[in-house]
Design a binder for this molecule. Structure first.
Ligand SMILES: NC(=O)c1ccc[n+]([C@@H]2O[C@H](COP(=O)([O-])OP(=O)(O)OC[C@H]3O[C@@H](n4cnc5c(N)ncnc54)[C@H](OP(=O)(O)O)[C@@H]3O)[C@@H](O)[C@H]2O)c1
Length: 228
């Protein structure tokens, strides 16, 4: 498939690197290609500067948000949640129309420090705002409940017996995403939560995730399993 991953952070890097390694024609989108490649700030996941990461992943083509989305059949939103609507506007509504738009972002507002608050919650979600702003896209929410490297390699945790959620209004779009999750990223347990309103709960899980990461587990490398 031709896939665009919008976002140069640790999530965009993990997703695009894995999708390219799986044989997909993969673009990574950013606001300004030259500025991203010149950025001397190293990512906190040990992948270095963006230029260093790209040197190790030359099969991922770096482009503007609009070029990346325009080239793709499937688009992943891996941009900062409070900027996702702006990033997707820069991608161009026409470049998202009719396409599967996989939203992995969290609406975390760090403006008042740690822990962040949610910029949207309860009766709305970032995923629904994206669907509302881009009605011709088929938005599917997934992967926002685990850390970047676990997204693309579920087998890093014991036996992969832990749960990934999906939500979205289009059944075929969810089926395509579920296939990528199972066949590409190693997720054995994919739980369909129904339509996109379920993204509210998936995003509101983040305060609990942060408590586990900062206090309980003291590492981002964990997940929950739904058992009955
Ligand atoms: N980090 C994790 O393990 C993790 C796990 C689950 C979900 N998430 C979610 O995944 C998303 C990506 O997280 P991340 O840590 O990889 O990166 P991030 O630092 O949250 O986001 C980086 C991306 O956001 C874009 N961006 C920032 N401000 C923007 C603006 N004003 N307008 C347009 N684009 C803007 C940047 O564009 P440029 O490339 O142009 O700089 C960059 O591509 C976030 O929503 C996060 O909550 C993260």
């Amino acid at each position: 498939m031709r896939i665009a991953v919008l976002g140069t952070g640790m999530v965009g890097r993990a997703l695009s690197g894995k999708l390219a390694a799986l044989g997909h024609e993969t673009w990574l989108g950013t606001r300004d290609v030259a500025a991203s490649l010149a950025n001397t700030e190293a990512a906190r996941d040990g992948t270095g500067t963006f230029a260093e990461w790209h040197e190790r992943n030359p099969q991922v083509q770096v482009a503007t948000f609009a070029e990346a989305a325009g080239n793709a059949e499937v688009v992943f939103n891996a941009t900062a949640g409070t900027a996702s609507l702006d990033a997707l506007k820069l991608s161009g509504e026409e470049n998202l129309a009719g396409k599967l738009l996989v939203d992995v972002a969290n609406p975390l507002d760090f403006s008042k420090g740690m822990p962040p608050s949610l910029s949207v919650c309860n009766t709305d979600s970032l995923a629904e705002q994206i669907q509302g702003a881009f009605p011709a896209a088929k938005v599917v929410k997934t992967l926002n409940t685990v850390t970047a490297h676990l997204m693309v390699d579920a087998g890093q945790l014991a036996q992969g017996e832990h749960t990934m959620f999906v939500a979205g209004n289009d059944g075929d779009a969810k089926a395509t995403v579920t296939e990528i999750l199972r066949e590409g990223f190693g997720w054995k347990n994919v739980l369909d939560l129904g339509d996109l309103t379920a993204a509210r709960g998936m995003e509101m899980y983040l305060p609990l995730w942060l408590s586990m990461m900062m206090q309980g587990v003291k590492s981002p490398m964990f997940n929950v399993a739904v058992v009955t």
